[in-house]
Design a binder for this molecule. Structure first.
Ligand code: ATP
Length: 199
């Protein structure tokens, strides 16, 4: 599995459609300060489902939409498509190539698609979660993040390692199951009370 293409359209400084093609191996993106290198990385995490504006170096989510310049008007939507080579079947889907697409409109609406079919954010997260990529997998190490790791306490560091090891997904599923069990227990208690009252 490797990233093949990334297309940005109206995303941050990329007003016009721009496609980056990656080959297997190492890719370096070089350019002057402020030319948009980090915006490319932001686009990668955004299309994989990132929900935190701060993680995308913005104040609010709509900051990812091209805000205009002195020569070009602001746009009403941002769209990013990421094509992943899946010939090794690392993603649990019957396609050798998978294209994720995320679109956001200035009025707040948002859309996701897998290979052109509209889907939910959860479908993207599920697709990526077993493959070792996706948000919270620490595949994207941002500027300054190494400092955070080095200065983290033992518990925070353990949490980071658990996330990187893929345990997070299971912890979240366990927490969800416990919440459901507790809700179920509440219902059972209520039924028991009602039955006792009716006797
Ligand atoms: P450095 O080498 O300094 O880290 P960089 O190449 O990583 O820089 P980025 O941080 O990716 O640069 O890009 C910053 C540029 O993106 C700034 O010029 C900023 O104005 C522009 N930018 C960010 N968000 C938007 C937006 N929503 N609309 C238009 N331009 C934006």
């Amino acid at each position: 599995m490797y990233l093949k293409n990334l297309t940005l359209r109206g995303f941050k400084s990329f007003a016009s459609a721009t496609t980056l093609r990656f080959e297997p191996g190492i890719t370096c993106v070089v350019g002057p300060n402020g030319s948009g290198k980090s915006n490319v990385v932001d686009a990668l995490s955004w299309v994989m489902g990132e929900q935190g504006a701060k993680s995308l170096r913005g104040g609010k989510m709509e900051d990812v939409i091209f805000a205009g310049t002195s020569t070009r008007q602001a746009l009403g939507r941002a769209e990013v498509s990421l094509t992943i080579d899946n010939t090794d079947g690392a993603l649990p889907i019957d396609y050798t190539e998978v294209t994720l697409r995320r679109t956001m409109f200035r009025n707040g609406g948002s859309e996701y698609a897998i290979n052109g079919d509209t889907c939910r954010l959860l479908d993207i997260q599920d697709l990526l979660s077993d493959s070792g990529i996706g948000r919270e997998m620490h595949v994207i190490v941002g500027q300054g993040q190494l400092d955070t790791v080095l200065h983290a306490g033992p518990e925070e560091r353990r949490a980071l390692i658990e996330e990187a090891a893929g345990i997070l997904k299971h912890r979240k599923r366990k927490e969800k199951a416990i919440r459901k069990l507790n809700a179920m227990q509440g219902n059972l208690d209520r039924v028991t009370d009602l039955t006792a009252e009716l006797r």
